[in-house]
Design a protein around this ligand. Structure first.
Ligand SMILES: Nc1ncnc2c1ncn2[C@@H]1O[C@H](COP(=O)(O)OP(=O)(O)OP(=O)(O)O)[C@@H](O)[C@H]1O
Length: 593
């Protein structure tokens, strides 16, 4: 068993034992706040640390959970448990609407939008008569748990920490699953983004929205617990100041780490109390000076420990055990019907693409048959990458048609085209650097598996996960990387990284594999190894479309080649015919040599 699991078990036992020990009430209150704040910060770990989406508005979601339950229990006399459900329903509805609008924004617009709706919700809470305006609602009842009132701090402590630990476990499990891998591939600040997950067949917007809703739910539950612990609500703990403080906690603790949320919450909560006592005494005047200290600390943390404090704590813990791959191979994932050798697999007809006034691709057409390696070559700016993007659905065509396995696919988008059996690699390698090689390749199995978020959190996805990992391992062995399964992808050299990308594409069981300049930047040895792998794939019946600069690499590998120049087709033929052509020599080789 994983020693870390014992660690988690020990932590849980200690936390559950605390209220039964002679711990002063003061500390129980502190720990209650750490649990409540940690829950909100945990949502930010998912949203900001993993997804790269910065939100200043999480306190407002806590307000929704708190106010919904407080209103229903104070005004209508309903049970806090019904209040919880109502709060969650309101939170999910609001998060879906806000997420729908704001998550399409990029760069600085998203954080700005979260500030806007945080302010809007704050003033709504403070101005509604029904919610008691800025005085809020008093007399919020305590939560009853099977007839036991959780009025006492030591009792609600247990509920807070059981919820907090369960949430931390659920998020840890989620990150180690089919949807979690996509979530970890989204952060543009860590080399992720939209193109790769979409090429794997996953909707990046859906996953972002999911993270947004989960983070909102965690905040809402925290708000609910807070309202029934305080026995009253008013708008101030749900304003923008707390929105910023939650973000500070997550960043301080380690915004990319589940337990960083609680580390940050504990540090801020404990430091806040001390500073509120010491600073006014030191300065001889009262005021919220701790905010200034927090500001300075945040700058220092961002400068010297951008990953927060949790990684330093984690180093003191026993090393994480590698995920074991089951010894007896699980049943393979479903495979698609293979095209018969020689049948038409891909047909591009009269493709045209313009960018404003620039015609990047014009009148390009070719046919690729099952079992062959087709090369697309041409000098810089010839339109190869654009053609590649038109075929893979990253760019829409201005006019023309693309047919895959007898079905018209232009205009369908990258995800739908991937579903129909086209898989690709990227000119600039797109791996998730802090995920293992095995996990990166398992991303490729996305369309062949189906487990969702809830299954991941409840761990009912393990049988399918084992099949996905076994498939990833099989593909890694196929490209000769069987010895690197558990290495972090970011630690590999460029050559092996390109092979990992090929393995990931293979894990989707493609009918056609598209390789975008696979030899670019490789050393001679690495090129040879790559060519060997591609030859072997062809021998196994796979079809490949290759966009490449390296002439030797293409000539020795392909069955047929299309040479492009200035966005138009120049000549199509066998490598020998291409090499013998004066036209090509003038256009392409002439510029190369
Ligand atoms: N998104 C874009 N917006 C505007 N122009 C573009 C865009 N993408 C490509 N182009 C232009 O289209 C032309 C073809 O570019 P493309 O990248 O397809 O050529 P290429 O043959 O792949 O070149 P290279 O080998 O240098 O990658 C170039 O003139 C390029 O500047």
């Amino acid at each position: 068993m994983d020693i870390r699991r014992y660690g988690l078990l020990a932590f849980t036992v200690i936390m559950v034992a605390v209220p039964f020990l002679p711990v002063p009430d003061y500390w129980i209150t502190k720990l209650n706040y750490v649990g409540l704040f940690g829950l909100v910060a945990l949502g930010l770990v998912l949203l900001t640390g993993i997804g790269g989406l910065t939100s200043f508005g999480q306190a407002a979601f806590a307000g929704l959970g708190a106010y919904a339950s407080a209103y229903l229990s104070v005004k209508l006399g309903l049970s806090p448990w019904l209040g919880l459900l109502a709060g969650l329903a309101v939170t999910v509805a609001v998060a879906l609407v806000l997420g729908w609008v704001t998550l399409r924004m990029s760069g600085h617009y998203l954080p700005l939008a979260t500030i806007c709706w945080s302010l809007a919700l704050f003033y709504t809470m403070g101005n509604l008569d029904a919610l008691g305006k800025y005085d809020g609602l008093l007399g919020v009842p305590a939560i009853q748990f099977f007839g036991i009132s959780l009025q006492e701090e030591r009792r609600i402590y247990l509920l807070i920490w059981l919820v907090a630990i369960a949430a931390a476990i659920a998020i840890t499990r989620l990150l180690d699953s089919r949807p979690g891998r996509i979530m970890r591939a989204l952060d543009v600040h860590r080399g992720g983004g939209k193109t790769m997950p979409e090429a794997m067949g996953a909707s990046t917007f859906r996953h972002k929205l999911l993270m947004f809703v989960i983070a909102a739910i965690l905040a809402s539950i925290s708000g609910w617990l807070f309202a029934h612990m305080q026995r009253s609500v008013n708008p101030s703990p749900f304003g923008i100041k707390f929105g910023i403080e939650y973000l500070f906690m997550a960043v301080l603790g380690g915004v990319g780490h589940v337990w960083g949320a609680f580390t940050g919450a504990a540090l801020v909560k404990l430091a806040e109390d001390q500073l509120q006592t010491w600073l006014p005494a030191l300065l001889g005047t009262s005021g919220s000076y701790e905010i200034i200290v927090f500001g300075v600390v945040l700058v220092l943390v961002l400068k010297f420990a951008p990953n927060g404090l949790w990684p330093s704590i984690e180093r003191l813990l026993p090393a994480r055990r590698r995920r074991a791959i089951p010894a007896d191979a699980p049943e393979p994932l479903p495979a698609r019907d293979k095209p018969t050798a020689g049948s038409v697999l891909l047909e591009v007809k009269d493709a045209r693409r313009t960018f404003g006034g620039l015609v990047a691709v014009n009148g390009v057409g070719f046919t690729l048959r099952a079992g062959e390696i087709f090369g697309l070559i041409g000098p810089n700016g010839a339109g190869k990458s654009t053609t590649f993007n038109l075929v893979s659905g990253v760019l829409p065509l201005t006019s023309g048609e693309v047919w895959l396995r007898g079905e018209r696919v232009d205009g369908k988008g990258a995800r739908e085209i991937a579903r129909r059996g086209l898989s690709r690699t990227f000119q600039h390698v797109k791996l998730v650097p802090d995920m293992t090689v095995l996990e990166n390749v398992a991303l490729g199995t996305y369309l062949r598996t189906g487990s969702g978020t809830l299954a991941a959190m409840l761990r009912t996805d393990r049988a399918e996960e084992a099949r996905a990992l076994a498939e990833a391992e099989r593909q890694l062995r196929r490209v000769g990387l069987g010895d690197h399964l558990h290495e972090l992808a970011g630690n590999l050299a460029l050559g092996p990284q390109r092979l990992v990308e090929i393995a990931r594409a293979l894990a989707s069981d493609p009918a056609l594999l598209l390789l975008d300049e696979p030899a670019a930047g490789l050393r001679h040895r690495e090129k040879q190894a790559l060519a060997e792998v591609l030859r072997q794939l062809k021998a196994e019946g796979l079809s490949l479309l290759l966009v490449e600069h390296d002439m030797d690499f293409v000539m020795n590998l392909t069955d047929r080649i299309l040479v492009m120049e200035f966005g138009t087709p120049l000549l199509e033929g066998t490598p020998a015919e291409i090499q013998a052509s004066e036209k090509v020599r003038a256009a392409y080789l002439g510029t190369e040599h």
